[in-house]
Design a protein. Structure first.
Length: 200
């Protein structure tokens, strides 16, 4: 994780003047999205997110989750790669959710649902979860977040998490295994990041 603005949990939707275009490569295509200050990594795709995108297998169909979606690098990629999926892009930052909605619309991705955590129906289970989780919220808040969402993996589904090695990726993997009882392996290690695969 890098360059998180301090106010990234609280920003309201960005005004026309605050939003700016950014060309990024998602799912092998150069696409234009909108970003704004007050969301995670507005200058481009975060390094950790790039590591995850290089390592993760193509998403299945069904309900997919981008947990902590920011402006949507992971959710938009899922939707581009799995056009019939319903992609839940979840964040507590309303500015981020607004950007994801705008970006999905701009790219014609009708399956993306950018919503606050409580707006995901309780009976939805996920065929895959991708996340660059908010490590800097603190251990307890991070554990609460993972305890809430990882058990909602569908049978045989997997979650893919990218965590900086020096921000505790290995102890987090052990915590997921012991506390949530979900087998967790190190799927890849690159540029100081670990990609964790959490199985159901
Ligand atoms: C490291 S950023 C990743 C953003 C985006 N997925 C990316 O790869 O660029 C983590 C995100 O988690 C969000 N977040 C923090 N607490 C959260 C919570 N309790 N529930 C959902 N999202 C949360 C933050 O607002 C932030 O956008």
């Amino acid at each position: 994780m890098s360059d998180e603005p301090e106010h990234y949990f609280t920003a309201e939707p960005a005004s026309d003047a605050e939003r700016r275009p950014l060309v990024v490569r998602l799912a092998g295509r150069d696409v234009e999205v909108e970003v704004a200050s007050g969301v995670f990594s507005p200058g481009g795709i975060d390094k950790g997110t790039q590591v995850l995108l290089r390592q993760v297998p193509a998403p299945p169909s069904g309900d997919l989750l981008d947990l902590g979606c920011g402006w949507g690098a992971l959710a938009l990629t899922m939707a581009l790669e799995s056009p019939h999926a319903t992609v839940w892009a979840v964040d507590v930052n309303t500015r981020a959710l607004d950007l994801v909605r705008r970006n999905a619309e701009r790219l014609g991705l009708a399956g993306v649902r950018a919503v606050a955590p409580d707006a995901v129906p309780d009976d939805v289970t996920f065929a895959a979860i991708w996340s660059n989780p908010p490590i800097r919220v603190g251990k307890q808040a991070l554990h609460d977040l993972l305890r809430r969402w990882l058990p909602r993996l569908a049978p045989d589904a997997a979650a893919w998490l990218v965590v900086q090695k020096n921000l505790g990726s290995d102890s987090l993997a052990r915590w997921i295994e012991t506390e949530l009882g979900l087998p967790t392996g190190r799927a890849a290690s690159s540029k100081g990041f670990r990609v964790l695969r959490v199985a159901r």
